[in-house]
Design a binder for this molecule. Structure first.
Ligand code: FAD
Length: 512
């Protein structure tokens, strides 16, 4: 009997309950592990819409290649199908006479719509469709309260979420330290039944375009996707895949003292790969190359015996994973979470560039890292080149764009992050932009990160700026965060004339 496991996120074999469950079902002789290159994502990038930047595409292809290798170790393989899942899946199920379809639950709006439609399309087939929670620690549904008042019923259609981190912790864990409440990961399947039909049969049923240019459902190449990959020197150092994810996690967790004492606000925003001060596991959690439950289990095993002295949520490393969980829950429960107007918990502000597609010279300068504020420009340059920046660097640039200096809508900032981040994640990106713009969760709008004073404390010599902005390499330390104040002869000696080799500041910081 044939069955299908549909990979979307969750690009891993470990802690993949949907896959493991399917492989263990009686009578299943062929499990088809599939990934669908959905035009929703593909066309967006080919029409120059910035939904997915080239580095994230490359990262995804690396994840798929790695998954294929790991499946092959189980005598299986990945089948990559090109096209709309709503059209392809019914054809595939019919062609294989598949009796089961499994996938990981996904709570993002497009995924909820897509999966709902798939279920409808398949309702007349004798195919059992089942989804499993494994992208988050908890199923968001389990943490919502039923709405009681008319207001709650009107606003919280899916249920009422806890709206503070503390309330979330007390609901999910009952106590800050109670990591025992989190569901445990499950092992990878030991065997993946692989009695497959011939590729010709599949191509006949689905159409040759679905099989890709080689006619073998292989992982697409960058040429097939028309991706203009960066040169070797410009490549991101972060490579996709479950194998790298597990190695990275293990390597970070080896230093137990660092894990026990981890306090996020004390980590350095100026440290980057390979000596970053945080895990850089976010891209792997985003694509599901790493299970959050496995990561949690490993962290809890280190923290639990040291509970008296270890750092605690929200600052601890486990606390970071719980931020992820809290924001996923909010993304699922809050209507219009990624917008100002439709979002009931979002402060309504008259931001500049309020509409999708709006642009302005200030927005472009921010995006391209030429605001004239070296701290901001260095972070945006790292983001463009590596697809990852430290949380406090994200704070700095997000505050600068919104309530700090430019008063541009946080939605425009979130769109730029969505394009450039390897870890761009709908729930987490929206939540953090809401936070940083003081639109929701955080209300102390007057606590602004100065792009001059903050880095002077964090990186007094300006090494981070010198690394990412070569034009400022020789600027004396005194002027590194305000190069426009350097006398002309100093600028000449530093081989950096402000306004020529490096831009003048686009706003007067004190005034803005
Ligand atoms: P670590 O400190 O090692 O934390 C471990 C994991 O915990 C992370 O990998 C991540 O999954 C989770 N985590 C940590 N901080 C947060 C947080 N504030 N919110 C939610 N989860 C968190 N993170 C994303 O994964 N995707 C995004 O699209 C994203 N957009 C952001 C936008 C803005 C404006 C800001 C300020 C933050 C954003 N973050 C986002 C959150 C955070 O900056 C990153 O998760 C973190 O920097 C990733 O680095 P790390 O893996 O080394 O984190």
């Amino acid at each position: 009997m044939s069955s299908v496991h549909w990979f979307r996120k969750g690009l891993r074999l470990h802690d993949n309950p949907a896959l493991t469950d399917l492989c263990q079902r009686p009578g299943v002789t062929g499990v088809y592990p599939i990934f669908i290159l959905d035009p929703f994502f593909v066309e967006a990038s080919q029409t120059n819409s910035p939904r997915i930047g080239v580095r994230r595409w490359k990262f995804l292809l690396e994840c798929l290649e790695d998954l294929n290798v790991r499946l092959k170790e189980h005598d299986s393989r990945l089948f990559v199908l090109r096209g709309n899942p709503l059209k392809i899946l019914p054809k595939l199920v019919k062609a294989l006479d598949a009796k089961h379809l499994t996938f990981e639950k996904d709570t993002e709006p497009y995924a909820l719509y897509r999966d709902g439609e798939v279920m409808k399309e398949l309702k007349d087939y004798s195919c059992d469709v089942a989804s499993f929670t494994s992208h988050t620690l908890f199923d968001p549904e389990s943490l919502l309260k039923p709405p009681k008042t008319d207001y709650e019923k009107n606003v919280w259609k899916r249920g009422v979420p806890p709206l503070t981190y503390r309330a979330f912790i007390s609901k999910a864990l009952k106590a800050e330290s109670n990591g025992d409440c989190v569901p445990l990961p499950i092992p990878a399947p030991t065997k993946i039944p692989s009695a497959y039909t011939s590729l010709d049969n599949l191509i006949e049923a689905l159409g040759s375009e679905v099989a890709g240019p080689n006619g073998d459902f292989s992982v697409p190449s960058s040429e097939e996707l028309n991706l203009e990959l960066p040169s070797k020197e410009e490549e991101s150092p972060h490579k996709g895949g479950e194998t790298v994810a597990l190695e990275r996690m293990d390597s970070f967790l080896k230093d137990k003292a660092r894990v026990i004492n981890f306090k996020k606000p004390e980590t350095a925003p100026t440290a980057f790969y390979p000596t970053a001060s945080t895990t850089i596991l976010s891209p792997y959690l985003k694509f599901g190359c790493l299970s959050p439950r496995l990561f949690h289990q490993e962290l809890w095993a280190i923290e639990k015996p040291a509970l008296k002295t270890s750092s605690k949520p929200p600052e601890s490393l486990r606390g970071q994973l719980l931020w992820r969980e809290f924001f996923y829950l909010c993304g699922y429960a809050v209507p219009g979470f990624d917008s100002m107007k439709q979002n009931p918990i979002c402060l309504q502000m008259e931001w500049k560039c309020p509409q999708k597609g709006d642009s302005s010279p200030h927005l472009e300068a921010w995006r391209e890292g030429r605001t004239g504020f070296p701290w901001i420009d260095a972070a945006m340059t790292q983001l463009r080149k590596e697809g990852w920046i430290h949380h406090l660097a994200r704070h700095a640039v997000a505050c600068f764009l919104t309530r700090g200096n430019l008063y541009i809508s946080w939605e425009r900032g979130a769109e730029v992050f969505e394009e450039l981040l390897l870890d761009a994640d709908w729930s987490l990106n929206s939540a953090n932009w809401l936070w940083l713009s003081a639109s929701a969760f955080f209300t102390q709008y007057f606590r602004v990160y100065s792009p001059i004073v903050f880095p002077k404390k964090t990186d007094p010599d300006g090494n981070y700026v010198r690394h990412w902005i070569p034009a400022l390499k020789h600027m004396p330390t005194k002027y590194i965060y305000e190069p426009w104040t350097a006398p002309l002869d100093v600028q000449r000696r530093a081989k950096c004339i402000i306004g020529k080799d490096y831009p003048r500041p686009i706003v007067d910081h004190a005034v803005s």
